[in-house]
Design a protein around this ligand. Sequence first.
Ligand SMILES: [Zn+2]
Length: 524
Amino acid sequence: MRLLTALLPRAPSRVQPPTCGDVLVAWRDAALWNDRDGSELQAIAETILLRSTPPDIRLRHANGQEVVYARQVTARRPVVGRIQGYRRLAHGMRLLSGAVGGNASASVAAGAVNITVTAPSCRRGRGSGALVPISATPEQQLGLIARHGVSLSAFNGLRMGMGGSQVGLSSPSVLRESRKRLAGLPSKGVFVTASGAHLMSIKAAVHEKLDALSASNSFVERLLRDEHLQPVSQTVAHEVPPADDPGSGAAAPPANVMDVHLTLGLDKGGDPSSVNIVMGVINQRRPQKIDNTILGAVCLANKDRYDEVAEMLSEHLEQVGQLVREGVVFGGVRRAVRRFFSGDYEALCTVHGHKGPSATMPCLNCLSTRAPSSAHADLDTLYGTLQDVDRPTPSHPRSASHLVRMVAAGAPGASPGQQISDLSQAGHRSIDRPPLFTIDPRQIVPIPLHVLLGTTLRPLRLAVEIVISCRGSNDGQTFANELAETLRRVVRVRPASYLGGVFIGRDCHTIAQGATPFAAPSLV
Ligand SMILES: [Zn+2]
């Protein structure tokens, strides 16, 4: 089409344009002259051979009508976020690789490839300039293969290309053997029950993780802080309680006892939907990375119901209890295990046998009631309500001992009057089933992403509420519309159609970075 367009003379539309065949015949008959048709021939050659970017593309239809597609340049924002920055860099690299040799040059420039000038066919060159044999064990190489999603055959192809066994890379048969050995370790063993697939030994997996942290010298101390936010140094080793001591079950040793922080969380999602138990040792840099976590169980379910979660956790609770009781030996010293529980709020409530966010006492950390009401006036007076936003900290926190009492009240042998169904609101405190965990409520931690999603939306809503209360509903309506337009056009984010209409995590960061536009709407 471009060829035809280039050949089109600027003539009245009635003139029949020559066909490609006409041009070819003319060319073969030497009817095209360099001095007369040189510029057109150049244009044809450029159209065919070069990737040009003409300012506009013209298309002439059979009826003589000419359509012009003009290039429109959209100004790019000078400052962009991290992800957009990566996208632009990748786009630039792709453009660069269009040039001859550009791909290799770009890789070298980005540090992805090292150039080693060797002469494999030259005997004198071997050993001196050739690749240094790799010292990684087959297991370590297997870890790299798994981490980067390379197949064994692709890995072997690279190995053969780089010099075969001389470079120290393991052969596929050696790698398969080491894979078998790894799969046989207790920390990697998996068993399957009606509830799902479970890790054979969570205890062994935690010990293996700690050994790895010790071997790589990357164990990070996590000290608790006192009331003045100063870190409390850990000086005392953990002592295993006597066998007849039931222990507190709170998994919250004193701040001066040396400890290891162990997280346990429930996460649901995926397709097909599953509920997963995820564990992690926080005493390392970037514990949130998926490679640094331990997958404890995967159970096919689309909701974290109490009975299903109880069945899932029952496979592991004993081992987790042992870990908390006995602690772990790290660096020759026995350390206590401080357990944290994480998950979305629904999962947290399920695990603690709590009625949920619409209960009279909806908070898992304190006993404040949801809102003042005549039915619970006594409780409101005692514990306050969540509407008392002036209080900096909850004055009536929940305690692990109450969770322990609720476990006893839910046990089959609980005496009448002590069972959960017999307790008043002040007694059960919105917990209507035996908790599956009895940790210190201060160690129940929400997922940071969920905090981000909640706290991003809340100030925006508060801003609208302030305008309504100060200037009335009409101004509030106008301001809300302006705010939505600013978010859409300037900040370029929009609420997700799922997750209850909150902004997704990436957009939350974009809103925080582009907060200056919010000073502009009619707040002043
Ligand atoms: Zn609270």
